[in-house]
Write a protein that binds this ligand. Structure first.
Ligand SMILES: [Zn+2]
Length: 201
């Protein structure tokens, strides 16, 4: 189940943003397209993004379907809340009060699954041992998102300049000039569009 399909495009430079991008063509007239139609696909995404090990994903793939279904529902809820927060962020707007509240609840829930350990001469938060709970990947993604959105150094959040794509990414280029989720896809498509527009006149 974890092979065969083409890999997810992980080009956001952060797993939480790659996760938001799994609702593809979010703003396109013929969109959106759901890339996580099943819990198995959520596992495949998490495996590829390095959120779960192969063994963890295999174990979660075998948990009861009802738990998988409710975890998937939670994952989609988390993703859409993050999308609202991020796309408002791009407009310089605060998240809606209920989304801020939801983010706080996710942070609190993640905290309940972590322990404070003494490690290598310092205190560190660690996840409780994995016992195959279906919600595990959702919590890991939520924690990654909370850390990104509340970092001391605000993330250099951008959306792809293609109006139909608008995938999120962090601009990690030195001069801060990245415009596309993928130059080879959206960058070239836009260039081709401009070229044909210019030559039509
Ligand atoms: Zn794009």
């Amino acid at each position: 189940m974890l092979k065969k399909k083409p890999p997810f495009k992980l080009n956001a430079e952060h797993v939480a943003l790659d996760f938001v991008n799994t609702l593809d063509d979010r703003f396109a007239p013929d969109g959106p397209h759901e890339l996580l139609p099943s819990y198995a696909e959520l596992l495949r995404f998490c495996r590829q993004a390095g959120v779960l090990t192969y063994a963890e994903a295999a174990r979660l793939n075998a948990v009861p379907a009802a738990s998988q279904k409710s975890a998937l529902r939670e994952a989609i809820g988390l993703r859409e809340m993050l999308a609202r927060v991020c796309y408002r962020w791009l407009q310089g707007k605060s998240p809606a009060a209920e989304d801020r509240q939801a983010l706080r609840q996710w942070a609190a829930r993640c905290m309940q699954h972590r322990e404070l350990r003494w490690k290598d001469g310092r205190l560190a938060w660690e996840w409780r041992p994995f016992h195959g709970e279906a919600e595990t990947p959702v919590l890991l993604l939520a924690q990654a998102a909370v850390e990104l959105l509340t970092a001391d150094q605000p993330p250099r959040l951008h959306a792809c300049a293609s109006g139909t794509c608008r995938w999120l990414f962090l601009d990690t280029s030195r001069n801060g000039t990245r415009r596309w989720c993928d130059m080879k896809i959206c960058g070239n498509r836009e260039k081709a569009r401009r070229y044909s527009a210019a030559h039509r006149n």
